[in-house]
Design a protein around this ligand. Structure first.
Ligand code: ZN
Length: 167
């Protein structure tokens, strides 16, 4: 039995919740994704607020369950996960570390800013191949391995890869 007393604090609960990963892209934590919005702690009770990424992404349910499991294991008796849809999540919330991890994982991170993509003129940014770095790529299918990703093909190294869509 541990003699250490767990200090329940917002920082502690945030760290625990932030360790939960995206079931679809296990290298990304919900903090990397910008999905983790808020953590409140009141004694043994933790309230976590998350904003789901793409609506209809089944990963959200799994993330919610994982947050509850992680905080329960860390000693919180009551864990509540709230989902907030406003403001809506955009790929702009993904952290720099998240973008880097995606590339290392072989997925092209969202290209450009959602705020630009949603403007009156829709800019199509070139998607960089995560393997060789070439910008000579094309979309093969708008829905890749999951609805959140599009399937691309690199004309330089001929490798197919997933591109995390800009939202
Ligand atoms: Zn390539």
């Amino acid at each position: 039995m541990s003699t250490q007393t767990v200090v329940h604090s917002r920082e502690h609960a945030w760290r625990v919740a932030a360790s939960v990963t995206d079931p679809e892209v296990p290298v990304l934590t919900i903090e990397d994704l910008g999905v983790l919005r808020d953590v409140k702690v009141d004694g043994d009770r933790a309230v976590v607020t998350i904003t789901p990424t793409y609506s209809g992404c089944p990963a959200v349910e799994a993330m919610r369950d994982d947050v509850i499991l992680a905080l329960t294991a860390a000693g919180y008796d009551t864990v509540e996960v709230r989902t907030t849809l406003s403001p809506a999540w955009t790929t702009d919330w993904m952290t720099v570390a998240g973008n880097r991890k995606l590339t290392e994982y072989g997925i092209a991170p969202p290209s450009g800013r959602a705020s630009v993509a949603q403007g009156p003129i829709r800019l199509r940014m070139a998607v960089k191949c995560p393997r060789c770095g070439s910008l000579d790529t094309r979309e093969v299918a708008h829905f890749g391995s999951t609805s959140c990703k599009a399937l691309y093909e690199c004309r330089a190294c001929l490798e197919p890869f997933d591109h995390f869509k800009v939202l």
